[in-house]
Design a protein around this ligand. Sequence first.
Ligand code: PMP
Length: 354
Amino acid sequence: MSQFLAEKYKKLEAYVPGEQPRDMEYIKLNTNESPFPPAPSVVDVIDSKQVELLRLYSDPTCLKLRQKLGDLHGLKAENVFVTNGSDDSLNFIFMAYGHMGAMFPNISYGFYKVYAELHQVEYTEIPLCKDFTIDHNMYKGWGQLIVIANPNAPTGICLGLKEIRQILENNPKSVVAIDEAYVDFGGESCYPLIAEFPNLLVVRTYSKSRNLAGGRLGYVLGNKDLIEDLEKLKYSTNPYCINRLTLLLGEATVDANDYYVDCCKEIARVRENTTKSLESMGFEVLPSKANFIFAKTDVMDGKELYLALKKKGVLVRHFDKPQIAQYLRITIGTQEQMNEFIKRLQEILDGGDK
Ligand code: PMP
């Protein structure tokens, strides 16, 4: 750190992204990416002509993409805010609505805390229940920004639409942001509630169920006035934050929706198979509706198992946080990758490879 950094950032603890190692070829199950490529029609939209056109700025209004996303969700372009990955959306949400304070679960996506600290937002971390579920009744009437990942990460556990509705009814004076990064793998999206609740923001990403993590595209659905607030902040930061190629990929992705629905079904199928295999090996697996599972065994320490898997060429995610240090978060890959993961895991548990 230099002597020049603003005092207010000196204690900031930046987010630590999952590893992207280059030292060897891993079965990469650590950052919840899709094992499947984008749809063929999406891959085809980028040609040398589009690359040549990069000399021109991208459309800062992202109008075509917003119209397509609006149509997809039965909303209008004015209800859609598009950003460079959904992390960018979350950043703007904390920037815009954090002044009254914020609340989010104590075990959830680690970036919520980082954004809160970045924007000097006073925040409350609401404990999860013993079984790692969210008690929606604990989010009540505080008037602060409420941020909930649904399904939650890294647990994969879902709240139902009924509970989300209850949170909205209990908090008419709060902005309620539901981060649906993983909803397409078996959860129920709450965007139909936008018509009823002008304080609801639904955050979505192309990184997980749209096989486009490297494209960096995220969006927010919500009431027109809230979207205008977020646009204002985007235009005060970096109006061209989405590049021309990503806009094209994003539009073509909406057109290829059926392909992605099939990918999600396949991930859900492999998730259930993997859960059964792990349970038969004595693992406790939380009931996930996401493209990852959260699991632990009594026979080996979480961190040790993470390191042993890494040595064997399988990368999963381990969090050094007391309540969840025994667990591993395992992204669902293809069936073949998961079979290989189970095989190498069994070798570790059989001894010799710890
Ligand atoms: N929300 C949650 C719950 C996530 O796990 C992630 C991915 N790490 C994101 C948002 C951000 O994803 P992206 O910026 O790639 O859209």
